[in-house]
Design a protein around this ligand. Structure first.
Ligand SMILES: Nc1nc2c(ncn2[C@@H]2O[C@H](COP(=O)(O)OP(=O)(O)OP(=O)(O)O)[C@@H](O)[C@H]2O)c(=O)[nH]1
Ligand SMILES: [Mg+2]
Length: 258
């Protein structure tokens, strides 16, 4: 087991509710928001920091490195916090199986959702299957610190509903060409963190990382950008630091609750 039982004390969580209460609460909201296609900050994911994990969506084009990023985050962060993962695939359970094969978490902390439809529908328009999977995982393993939701690979327009996740990471890769950030789209322009992955391939595909950085800044303003290479052991430590900061802030909210 990666997670010891001293978790509560170590993090000072206040989890006075039962899991079923937390589940019911979140479930009611799940139906309130199930067909809510907004993804702005006016409709935050239901449940407060004292009741549930911080939920982080990982989206981006097919093959950009979403699963590899989730795996790297589990490897870097699981020794210090409790993590569960929901993966989305259209027709298979491939990504959940890949994560289980990598043994980054105990198998029962990784649950697949087979969307059977366009990936963005399940993370933006009808989020009920994902919310059910998240609630079950958080109830089973609670208190959980971070729940990752990996979207199926999609295009530059796919973003998560703010009713499903608190933060979203959008993963591009340099192999798509250095023009991709310039093409914009809501993932590039609005994600809480833009990850530009596979920097090791830049020389091979003739991608100029400074062009990607400049175009990303032009579209995102002050929103953060990280460059990663997930084939290197320390290739995503900056992303792990970003998640640590978000979790600390989320816990602070929990501690500040009456
Ligand atoms: N060279 C290199 N390969 C990488 C890197 N990150 C991921 N890969 C490889 O890229 C391929 C796709 O990575 P995945 O993590 O499966 O990508 P994904 O975005 O989850 O893919 P889908 O879920 O199918 O959309 C795999 O063969 C990875 O090993 C990287 O930083 N550098
Ligand atoms: Mg994947």
């Amino acid at each position: 087991m990666l997670h010891d039982q001293s978790h509560d004390d170590a993090h000072g969580h206040s989890h006075g509710h039962s899991h079923s209460q937390a589940h019911d609460h979140a479930h009611d909201h799940a139906h309130d928001h199930a067909h809510d296609d907004s993804h702005d900050r006016e409709h935050p994911a239901p449940g407060s920091a004292s009741e549930r994990a911080l939920r982080i969506g990982v989206g981006g084009p097919v093959g950009s490195g979403k699963t590899a990023l989730v795996a790297a985050m589990c490897r870097l962060l699981a020794p210090e916090m409790s993590i569960v993962v929901v993966t989305n695939d259209i027709f298979t359970r491939e990504d959940a199986e890949a994560l289980r094969r990598m043994r980054v978490l105990d198998d029962d902390r990784i649950v697949p959702v087979e969307t059977g439809c366009c990936p963005h529908t399940a993370i933006r328009d009808d989020i009920s299957a994902n919310l059910d999977a998240i609630e079950q995982l958080e109830a089973l393993h609670g208190p959980v610190d971070v729940t990752f939701v990996e979207s199926g690979g999609d295009n530059l327009t796919a973003v998560f509903s703010r009713a499903l996740v608190d933060h979203q990471i959008f993963v591009l890769d340099v192999a798509g060409g250095d023009k991709v950030p310039r093409k914009g789209g809501p993932g590039v322009t609005t994600a809480d963190l833009l990850v530009i992955n596979k920097t090791d391939l830049a020389p091979l595909v003739g991608a100029d990382l400074e062009v990607m950085r400049g175009d990303s800044i032009a579209r995102r303003g002050a929103l953060p950008i990280e460059f990663t290479s997930l084939v290197e052991i320390d290739g995503a430590t900056a992303v792990a630091d970003w998640i640590r900061e978000r979790v600390a802030f989320w816990r602070g909210r929990a501690l500040a609750m009456p």
